[in-house]
Design a protein around this ligand. Structure first.
Ligand code: SME
Length: 172
């Protein structure tokens, strides 16, 4: 495997290089999602949860993540994840206490960003990152995590499939 040093406080450009290295070569969707969650959790400062919810029909199911145990299922349109999934657009919440319907998995979370993962026009799932700080996710974080989602959409297309959300099954 490519030698990758994962350290806290990496620049986002450096993290994107690491992401490319982590996802090149033979890989599975499960491995790509797990390594990406690890990279984000261990490299981004002031992050207490990073991971994925994957779409099965109208429901999001918990996927690979780093952080405290989380709710295993979220309905489309519910919470921050379900809202981003339903609208197929990034949602940034500066203070989750002010977001109606926010689903609190880790009581320490104060701000959150959720980015949809679209593969060939279909919603595959969402990338969710939480922080214990209010207003942690600004323009730079949004651009970075949307770049991460774009890279993943490409690599998930050409990897071996172990998990089968509906859109993955269709594109396999
Ligand atoms: N807060 C999310 C639920 C998932 S956890 O944050 C890991 C939401 O409202 O959808």
């Amino acid at each position: 495997m490519t030698d990758i040093t994962i350290k806290t406080g990496c620049r986002y450009s450096e993290m994107l290089v690491n992401l490319h290295a982590l996802t090149e070569g033979p890989n599975t969707d499960l491995g790509i999602l797990a390594n990406t969650a690890s990279l984000l959790y261990w490299s981004m400062e002031n992050v207490n949860w990073a991971g994925f919810y994957l779409r099965y029909g109208d429901v999001l199911q918990l996927g690979p993540f780093h952080g405290k145990p989380a709710c295993s299922q979220i309905e489309m349109g519910k919470g921050v994840c379900g809202t981003a999934a339903r609208d197929r657009s990034t949602v940034v919440v500066d203070d989750v206490r002010g977001f109606p319907g926010h689903i609190a998995c880790d009581p320490d979370s104060r701000s959150e960003i959720v980015v949809p993962l679209i593969i060939k026009g279909d919603l595959f799932g969402v990338l969710d990152v939480d922080s214990p700080l209010e207003g942690r996710f600004g323009k730079d974080e949004r651009l970075f995590l949307e770049s991460v989602a774009r890279v993943m959409s490409q690599v998930l297309l050409r990897c071996t499939k172990l998990i089968r959300p509906e859109s993955a099954a269709e594109s396999a």
